[in-house]
Write a protein that binds this ligand. Sequence first.
Ligand code: DAH
Length: 435
Amino acid sequence: MRPLIRSACRLRARVRAMATLPAAAAFSPSSSAAARPPRLTLALFFLPSAPAPAALGARALRTSASAAAAAAVDVGGVKIAREDVVREEDPTNNVPDTIYSKIGLQLHRRDNHPLGILKNTIYDYFDKNFSGQFNKFDDLCPLVSVKQNFDDVLVPADHISRSYNDTYYVDAQTVLRCHTSAHQAELLRDGHTHFLVTGDVYRRDSIDSTHYPVFHQMEGFRVFSPDDWSGSGMDGTAYAAADLKKTLEGLARHLFGAVEMRWVDTYFPFTNPSFELEIYFQDDWLEVLGCGVTEQEILKSNGRTDHVAWAFGLGLERLAMVLFDIPDIRLFWSNDQRFTSQFSEGKLGVKFKPFSKFPPCYKDMSFWINEEFTENNLCEVVRGIAGDLVEEVKLIDNFTNKKGLTSHCYRIAYRSMERSLTDEEINDMQVDRCS
Ligand code: DAH
C-alpha cells in the first residue's frame, strides 16, 4: 500500500522541499550514458499542462491523450467530459490531460487484464467463503467530493494527503479520489453491510517503476451487529479484529499459497486498531494490504450506531506486479499485443515474459530550488512532456552553498517498452519544450 493515508510524519518525509528554477538551469557535468542535455528554463516547471512535444514517440502519446480527451467518457452511467475535469484557467484545478485520458479506461474491469484477473480471483474468495454476501462495486465514479475523500473517513484537516501537491483537485470541493475508502460512508448510508469496492485512484507522486499517478485499489468492508459477537466472550472490537485477521489470512493464502505471514501495527485515520498484513514471498517481506477496525464515529455518522465493522484496502498493481512478475507499472497501460496476449481470464500468476528490454536514455538536470519546489510538480511536468517514455526521475545530488541556496540534480531515465529510443529524439523533445 502506498503510504498516502498513513502517519503524517512518514508522509511528510516524502514531500521534498519546494523550488523554482533559475532562468537557465545548469546541467550537471555528471551526465551518464547520455549526451549532454540541453538547458531548461524556469517556465517549464510552472506550465499547468504541457502542449504536444516535438519528438515522434512523445507526440504520438500526447496525440492519443488528447484524442481520448475529446470525447466524454462514461463511468457507471456518469458522463465525464474533459472540461468537467481539466480547467487550465482555474487556479484550484491541477488535473492535466494525461490524467484525464486515463479516466474511464477501467483496467480492473477487463477480464483478460492482470488487474481484472486479480480482482476476479479476490471476488472468488469472498463468494466462496461468504456465500455471495459481499456486494461488489467496480464502476463508481472517480470524481468525489472533498468530504467523501477525506472528511467522511476522518482524515485530519491538516493531513498532508489533502494538499494540492498530493491530490488531483478538480475544484476546491472536488477531487479525483485518492483511495477507494472514499466510498465507505455512502455505501454504509445506503444500507450495505458487506461490500467490495474496486476502482482507479489518483495521486500526484514521484516517478519510478512502481509508482504511476493512476492505479487501482480494492476496499473491503464488513459490518457486525451485537448479535454477532454477544455469544463470543469478546467485545465487538476484539471480535471484528479476529474475524478481519482470519478473513485476510485466508485471502493471502488464496492468492499466494502457503506463505509465512505477519501482522504489523500501524495507523490509519479511519480504523483503530489498524494493521498491515505482510507475507514472506520471494525472499522478502511484502506488504499486502492495510486494514483495521472501523472508527465508531464513521459507523455512527452513517446509520450504524452500536455496530462494529472491519475494513481493508489493497493496491492491485502492487500485488499483480509480484504475482505476474510484471517489472514496470507502466506495462499495465500498454496495448502492445506482446503484453496483452500473455494474460487470460481466470489465470492468476502466469509469469510475464518480457518481450525485450530496450536501452534507457539518461539525462541529468540540475537547478536551484526555492521553498515552492516539489518533486511531484517536477514529475508532473516531465510526464506532461514525455508521457510514458519516462521511467524514473531520481534525485542524485542535493547541494546547499554558503549563501544557503540549494541546488538539486535529477537523473531522468527515459525508456520505451516498445522500441529503442535515440538520444537525438530525447534531446529534441527536451529542447523543443524547454528552450
Ligand atoms: N485507504 C488506505 C490508503 O489508500 C488503504 C486502507 C487502509 C483502506 C486501511 C482501509 C483500511 O479500508 O482499513 O492508503
